[in-house]
Design a protein around this ligand. Structure first.
Ligand code: OGA
Ligand code: NI
Length: 355
């Protein structure tokens, strides 16, 4: 526990966490109950919330925007992707071809799920991640130092899609339609990223980077004390690529040159197997006081290790005597296990080889 939080003898954190989990109604349940002070287990050390990085926050820095129809000169788009992936590990995409209707319906579907009658919704509450669809609050409730102000559903869509009846009726069709669209966009991005690495367009796909897909539908309820917690703490993602769809509220920030930069709506990306050539960006979501914020994050990554575990390692074409491996080999199981305990730090740091 953070050292700057005073120790109260009558505070039983474990039982509070358990009671919260047993309620199955998530953070939204607290807000519905009219809570005006957030429970102690959501408190993050003030030193992290108010760290110097925040006070030097710049909103004027422009996050790269990739226009997939900008020009017919593919080399130009590839160059833009290379620049963004090397310098930011993040970009916004416009003219991506996913109809606005599908984006709107996906946000509405995610909102609809989280705003469903509690009795209906809690049927899906589970920490059994063998299920194709589950809803929970804080994947790391029992392992992280402090909880965050959000609820999330997870839907594992590929390589084996769920049976329709495994998905809740309120967002069943749109999750499936959105996933199809995201897979297509994901393949386009994998091609562009391959080319940006100087590889053949199908290189990342041939390594299996496009085989797995799972979707997280986040709900960040309004928070009575946003200065004490986060919507999502500082982290890097675990997949090859994440495409984020957010509503119009904002709150997502990416770390760039030691400053937190606000991301105003649309998709983003990161890659971890390029031997540091492309960045895996640190990002977080601020808690806020006004209205719920909805976002949908699509991860190109298998959710479970396959029967034959794949070894993840720097792309061999990018490694040479001058550019030796920066990270050690790992498996999906190991990577996810180590990441679980790395919230608030870099997910890649534990895999760094000695210089
Ligand atoms: C995530 C994530 C950002 C958001 O799901 O890993 O960073 O805007 N989501 O919700
Ligand atoms: Ni993330």
């Amino acid at each position: 526990m953070a050292s700057n939080v005073p120790i109260e003898s009558n505070y039983d954190r474990e039982s509070e966490l358990k009671a919260f989990d047993d309620s199955k109604s998530g953070v939204k349940g607290f807000v519905d109950a009219g809570l005006t002070k957030i429970p102690r287990f959501f408190h993050h050390p003030r030193s992290i919330i108010n760290e110097p990085k925040s006070s030097t926050l710049q909103t004027q820095v422009d996050i790269p925007i990739i226009d997939l129809k900008e020009t017919n000169v593919r080399a130009k788009i590839v160059e833009n992707v290379r620049y963004a992936a090397e310098n930011w590990g993040f970009f916004q995409i416009i003219n991506h071809g996913i109809p606005q209707r599908v984006l709107d319906e996906m946000i509405d579907g995610a909102r609809g799920f989280h705003e469903m009658e509690t009795e209906e919704k809690i049927k899906y509450y589970s920490r059994d991640y063998q299920k194709k669809f589950s809803y929970t609050s804080n994947f790391r409730l029992f392992t992280s130092d402090a909880a965050t102000w959000s609820d999330t559903f997870m839907s594992v869509m590929a390589p084996q899609p769920p049976q329709p009846e495994e998905l809740p009726p309120i967002c069943r069709n749109i999750i499936t339609e959105y996933s199809d669209q995201i897979m297509k966009l994901g393949f386009t991005l994998l091609e562009l990223l391959s080319e940006a690495l100087g590889l053949k367009p199908d290189h990342l796909k041939s390594l299996g980077c496009g085989q797995g897909l799972f979707i997280l539908g986040h709900y960040y309820p309004p928070c009575p004390e946003p200065e004490l917690t986060f919507g999502a703490n500082y982290h890097t993602d675990s997949g090859f690529l994440t495409i984020v769809l957010q509503d119009s509220l904002g709150g997502l920030q990416v770390l760039h040159q030691k400053q937190w930069v606000n991301v105003s709506p649309l998709p983003g990306a990161l890659v971890l197997i390029t031997n540091n050539k492309f960045k895996s960006v640190h990002h977080r979501v601020l808690a806020q006081k006004r209205i719920p914020r909805i976002s949908v994050a699509a991860f190109l990554r298998p959710f479970h290790e396959g029967i034959e575990p794949v070894v993840y390692r720097p792309i061999k074409e990018l490694v040479s005597e001058e550019n030796p491996c920066v990270y050690k080999d790992t498996s999906l199981d190991e990577f996810v296990r180590v990441q679980k305990n790395a919230e608030g730090t870099s997910g890649l740091a534990p895999f760094k080889l000695d210089p």
